[in-house]
Design a protein. Structure first.
Ligand code: URA
Ligand code: CA
Length: 416
């Protein structure tokens, strides 16, 4: 792709037209090979973010991205993957993967690191003593086939185009584009060899898609691109207008996942409820009939999680002994009322900076959720790592009347 031709394509997209399928391939290949000018690609990405790309362009872009690296294959079983578009306190993968695996599903999960205010499954796993996530494709496939599940980080061999383009999008404020997000997410799932996929598209202040119409457009595009590879999917649009779990921060989120799978937390709360629902969708896609909930209550999911962690190098005795930071302080309500909002961006950023400053087991633990009634003196939030609680007061608002509650699952799309 020469500079002249790329300038013509940028102008085409600037004026709202489609870029031909074969040109997407040349652009992606050129960028990965360092022969496409970054300024030109950045400009094209902004034109895409402003004017959009259609379904066929998204498919062409996704195919080009998949072809930039290897594609994994599993000989023995159909493999199911699950992906979230990113949120705060979104520890669903650490729960849904072992739940589905305990039910007999083979789960190959390629996960990412934290982005902006959102958490990343890989960062969470790495707080566990001994755990490795940089698995070779061979080892990853072996674990999926023997233990039933594995969680690995994206390697340089799988979708290198996504790594590189994603970093450029992050720098140029071109992440929130329906077509670009769909291509980025679906390309990773196809390269990791999934036969069917459960997608969790987040909607709300803490998500890339702030309103339901945009989230639905992303969900529909993801289904359309996944289908173009001949793979079925189920998409759930779920609430990210407040943090999903009660504990925010890499280590605290892992401890919350352990507690849920050990049966120490009610399954009616938002995080376990969504994890069980998504695991059930994975079980359904695999054509099995087990109950996801039963996998938690029987302890089988926790057993499977420990098997997976041990196979990935974990020292289980050390893992079981982990506790939150001993430096802690609790913020209490200064008025009676209802919790009307908990800002997921403020919470995600506060937890990340606590972890950076005070270590993996610092962070925030919520004692309340949106809609709860509180009285003066009730505990709202425990801060681990820091000694001054009132600087976190702006993470939430208390009002005089009960807020309208948002549904946990706003919409479901069946892409089978
Ligand atoms: N998650 C991804 O993997 N890619 C995006 O573009 C957005 C969220
Ligand atoms: Ca996440």
């Amino acid at each position: 792709m020469d500079a002249q031709e790329l300038r013509r394509l940028i102008a085409l997209k600037r004026d709202g037209h489609a870029v031909p399928a074969e040109s997407w391939k040349a652009i992606v290949d050129g960028y990965v090979a360092d022969t496409v000018d970054e300024a030109q690609l950045a400009s094209l990405l902004m034109a895409v973010t402003l004017n959009g790309i259609d379904g066929n362009e998204t498919i062409a872009l996704t195919q080009a991205m998949v072809a930039s690296g290897e594609i994994l294959h599993y000989s023995k079983h159909p493999v199911i993957d699950k992906h979230s578009s990113g949120g705060v306190g979104d520890t669903v993968s650490l729960l849904a993967v072992p739940i589905a695996a305990a039910a007999g599903v083979h789960v190959a999960k390629l996960a990412g690191r934290a982005l902006g205010h959102t958490g990343g499954t890989i960062d969470k796993l790495e707080v566990l003593p001994g755990v490795r996530t940089d698995l070779s494709p061979e080892r990853f496939i072996e674990l999926v086939e023997t233990i039933g599940c594995a969680i690995a980080s994206q390697s340089a061999k799988l979708v290198p185009a996504d790594r590189k383009i994603y970093a450029l999008r992050d720098r140029t404020a071109t992440v929130p584009s329906v077509g670009l997000i769909a291509a980025s997410i679906v390309s990773k799932k196809i390269a990791a060899g999934a036969d069917a996929i459960v997608y969790d598209v987040k909607v709300g202040r803490g998500a890339f898609m702030h309103d339901l119409d945009r989230a639905k457009a992303l969900a529909e595009r993801i289904v359309c691109v996944t289908k173009s590879f001949g793979k079925p999917s189920l998409v759930f649009i779920t609430d990210m207008d407040e943090p999903l779990g009660r504990q925010i921060g890499d280590g605290l989120e892992v401890l919350e996942a352990f507690a849920i799978l050990r049966g120490e937390q009610p399954l009616t709360e938002r995080l376990p409820k969504l994890a069980v629902r998504l695991a059930q969708a994975m079980i359904d896609l695999a054509g099995l009939s087990a109950s996801a909930k039963e996998m938690v209550t029987s302890g089988k999911a926790f057993e499977r999680l420990e098997m997976m962690l041990e196979a990935q190098g974990a020292d289980l005795v050390a893992c079981r002994a982990l506790v939150p930071s001993s430096v802690q302080t609790t913020l209490r309500a200064e008025s009676d009322g209802y919790i009307t909002s908990i800002d997921p961006v403020a919470v995600g950023e506060a937890a990340r900076s606590l972890v950076l400053k005070y270590g993996s087991f610092a962070g925030l633990q919520w004692h309340v959720a949106v809609g709860d009634k509180v009285r003066i003196g009730d505990p709202l939030l425990t801060v681990y790592g820091d000694e001054i609680a009132n600087q976190y007061v702006s993470c939430l608002t208390i009002g005089v009347s009960a807020p309208t509650l948002r549904p946990l699952i706003a919409f479901e799309l069946d892409g089978r």
